[in-house]
Design a protein around this ligand. Structure first.
Ligand SMILES: [Zn+2]
Ligand SMILES: [Zn+2]
Length: 166
């Protein structure tokens, strides 16, 4: 995934790029294509990139173990500057030093990292996911089972205690 900037006059340019997730070396959770909406600001032999990245991934829910498809969206910025040309206010993570006369912006690594960082820490099929019964394994999203109530019922616990004493 790359953008040719070599022959561009100074100015602002917009691109939409698409790449297969496997070509970006993303793992098998990621499906279909990764789309990048890129804005390039070319200035002399330097360039600024703002990229909106979107992808789709198939995750397994942390609570109910069902797989679900989730859209992912994120963005990043990058300054491509020549040696010594960096403003001190630029965040080093948004800076790549390029040789004078550089002509191609290679996006693949940054796009892949941006997507991987956009994966939520908690993977839930829905915020309301009720999860699985720890006793019988029933998926509580598709209905309640009978075991949990009994285990939580204090009278049931008393009964268990009585049985142990016998
Ligand atoms: Zn779930
Ligand atoms: Zn159950």
């Amino acid at each position: 995934m790359r953008i040719q900037v070599g022959g561009l006059a100074d100015g602002i340019y917009r691109y939409q790029l698409a790449e297969d997730s496997t070509l970006l070396e993303l793992d098998e959770r990621f499906k279909n294509q990764v789309i990048v909406d890129a804005t390039i600001e070319k200035s002399g032999s330097q360039a600024f990139l703002a990229a909106e990245v979107s992808a789709k991934a198939s995750f397994e829910c942390d609570r109910c173990l069902t797989s679900f498809i989730s859209p992912l969206r994120s963005s990043y910025r990058m300054y491509y500057v020549t040696e010594g040309g960096a403003d001190s206010h630029i965040d080093p993570s948004e800076l790549q030093v390029v040789p004078t006369g550089f002509s191609v912006i290679e996006l693949s690594d940054d796009v892949r990292q941006t997507i991987l960082l956009s994966v939520p820490l908690k993977l839930l099929c829905s915020d309301q996911c009720k999860g699985l019964c720890p006793h019988c394994g029933a998926n509580w999203n598709s209905g309640e089972c009978n075991c949990e109530e009994k285990a939580d019922d204090p009278r049931w616990e008393q009964l268990i205690r009585l049985k142990k004493q016998v």
